[in-house]
Design a protein around this ligand. Sequence first.
Ligand SMILES: *[C@@H]1O[C@H](CO)[C@@H](O)[C@H](O)[C@H]1NC(C)=O
Length: 453
Amino acid sequence: MGTMKAAIAAPLLLLLLCVCSSAALGDSSSSSGGRPYHFGEESFRHWARTRHGRFRVLDRFADELIEDAVGKYRVAVLEAAPRAFLQPSHYDADEVMFVSEGEGVVVLLRGGKRESVCVREGDVMVIPAGAVVYSANTHSHDWFRVVMLLSPVSTPGRFEEFFPVGGDRPESFFSVFSDEVIQAAFNTRREEWEQVFEKQRKGEITTASEEQIRELSRTCSRGGKSGSSEWEIKPSSLTGKKPLHTNNHGRHYEISGDECPHLRARNMDVGLANITRGSMMAPSYSTRATKIAVVVQGSGYFEMACPHVSSSSRRSSREHGSRRREEWGREEEEEEEEEGHHEQEEEKSRRGGYTQVRSRIQAGSVIVVPAGHPTVLVAGQEENLAVLCFGVHAGSDEKVFLAGSNSPLRQVDDHAKALVFGAEAREVDRVVQAQTDSVFFRGPHSRRDYYSV
Ligand SMILES: *[C@@H]1O[C@H](CO)[C@@H](O)[C@H](O)[C@H]1NC(C)=O
């Protein structure tokens, strides 16, 4: 009896899954689509917000479909107003930062030294966990925006910010130590110590005078002095280097572990795809890396093939609108049981079948693309779509482009073509060789109305 019940319950569950996932898909034109791979503005929390700027952190990647690959990382965005100054602090996390807009100075206090680094739009820099850092927007009119990937060093997916100097907010972490400890440690009376360490009342993002900014920028450098080690902290311009791929439809830049030992040590790389408006990036996947992609400019949409939801849900979502299916979902369930189709359905879902994950994306959207998952990015008609990609588990990763002149599907040997494709070699060639560009293509204009904002 028990097993009978289970046998009936399984297809029922499958059906429920259909309804839920297709409801989500049906909604994919809104920012809630694409779960659990896509995150919109609403998934960020403010850790700091003042007149002079804000620091926002994306929720943890907690869904089981992505947690193993990226659950230990966090995405954050810093936005600093003209001449904003950020109080010194350290994180219990390594930070890979990308300057998406503006210019600034980043001062690191570590190893008994002060390193003052000038950064500007397009730069990537790694800040090791525990370094005490303060920074400022050195421009007097433009905002300074930084996208970062944090890799917590003690608790996967959780990190904190520690301020040595403060007031009410932020509080100095020293304030919890007892008077006798503070007095002995600093060799100073507690009251005097407080005057210095606990009287900063303006918050963690303040503003500096023109002159203070001038002084801060005067001493900063781009690194690379002779005799400096490869482990020196210095910015590398991602968008200033030669693109890996480029044509009229877009440019793809990358900084790999080979070029940056700090990235290699963390098994990461950083890339940027700048897709021309109205164009698209070829369907592609990464062989090993999972990509955490952050849209830094423009808008468009992405589609991904996901094998983790049953094929039956995909089939239904293609064939029927979600509302309609909800109406007759119950009927279908009975029908299938009568015809004994449910076993077949289950079998099919185990063997393969993919769900389309799709969502509109815009500046600030975050997408997680697991290794091996074919994905497409399409730029909107108005503006270029620029997507920053943090690759994790990136050692010996390769990107495979599934259409265009560098597609592996062009390499199938002539004798195997009929076997593989079930069509004549000549027909196969006509189709797999029709796209003569590589990596970036003209976009799907014909579907413009369907996807338009
Ligand atoms: C993308 O390319 C356009 C056109 O060259 C450029 O104006 C824009 O700044 C680029 N975006 C990024 C983020 O590099």
